[in-house]
Ligand binder design. Sequence first.
Ligand SMILES: NC(=O)c1ccc[n+]([C@@H]2O[C@H](COP(=O)([O-])OP(=O)(O)OC[C@H]3O[C@@H](n4cnc5c(N)ncnc54)[C@H](O)[C@@H]3O)[C@@H](O)[C@H]2O)c1
Ligand SMILES: [Zn+2]
Length: 359
Amino acid sequence: MQESDTKQVVKKIDVKVSRAYTVFVGENLKDFVGEQLKGKRIYVVTDSNVYKFYKGFLEDLSDEIYVFESGEESKNYVTLLKIYDFLIEKGADRYSYIVGVGGGVVGDIAGYAASSYMRGIGLYHVPTSLLAMVDSSIGGKTGINYHSLKNIVGSFYQPNDVFVDVNFLKTLPDREYISAFAEVVKYGIIMDVELFEFLEKNIDALRKRDLKALKIVVEKSVKNKVEVVEGDEKERGQRAILNFGHTFAHALESITNYERYLHGEAVSIGMVKAMKISKKMGLIREDDVKRVEALLKILGLPVDVNVEIDTSKFLEIMLRDKKNKDFSLRFVLTKGIGNSIIAGGVKENLILEVIGEDS
Ligand SMILES: NC(=O)c1ccc[n+]([C@@H]2O[C@H](COP(=O)([O-])OP(=O)(O)OC[C@H]3O[C@@H](n4cnc5c(N)ncnc54)[C@H](O)[C@@H]3O)[C@@H](O)[C@H]2O)c1
Ligand SMILES: [Zn+2]
């Protein structure tokens, strides 16, 4: 990773993976994006919400725009096939670029379309949700859901570049905005105590969506994710630390049919559980658990499971998820804010204990 300023306002974070690219972070980047893409054959993919708010910007990028209905339900092969139809009909060729402008749903499906159409064409991400800015647009994972299995079909496909303009966050619904902070807090816990402290000190500015504070949060988050991805592009090992709080979160999302919690909300609860396990294993002190809980709460995130759940069924889902993914019962834990470890040998009764605490 290398960073430098291009123009005064644009931060540049280079990502050194198999196909190197740059993440640009700034505010009011719309003209900048236009300049960067000038002369290229651009096919925009976006969703109905983003189109509604940013029609003018999208039309400046290209005459060819594919808009699908917003929401996770659209992240399927029907939408994917419609994108292929659009590309064929509009004459996209090997020298064309897809520009995905939207949240993680747009990024994942636009990315998969770009990786598969004509065996791979150009791809730019313009993330517009906080989650997409700090997480999904970085790292090259693409995909769609199938048979209600999340991201079951997909690829690793790095974009040509990523343009992050924090201005887009002004129109993001509150719940989406707050929820994404769980992933930001996650970077703080697993690897960046300074980011954690910055969040603690800048709650008011972040609540008001102050662009200066947001730029700092997004830039730090991107750098953290880039660092992890550079060390493990295809998720063979160390990238697993990004799953801190996620084993619980996935089980919680699944047992509540993906209806009750947004992903970030479930991650928030999951991280508190992971903190509690870390404490019970003697890795951290009670103060650390309290500090994380306090930050999540003040950000407006949930910290316990406020719904009746069957703990043994919950455990079963959790262990199944683990086994499917890495055939072991390793958990990402912390030995202090800013530090993570991947630990084996976490006892089932300990997990049951922390799940049971809320219900
Ligand atoms: N590829 C990865 O590495 C990765 C990582 C994490 C999550 N994901 C995926 O990301 C998806 C979730 O992403 P998300 O949370 O961005 O969801 P999303 O794309 O559904 O966006 C959330 C909502 O906000 C709207 N929206 C987006 N930007 C807006 C803006 N600027 N103004 C107003 N409304 C706006 C969207 O239309 C949508 O209704 C999931 O499908 C998940 O699997 C992928
Ligand atoms: Zn996540």
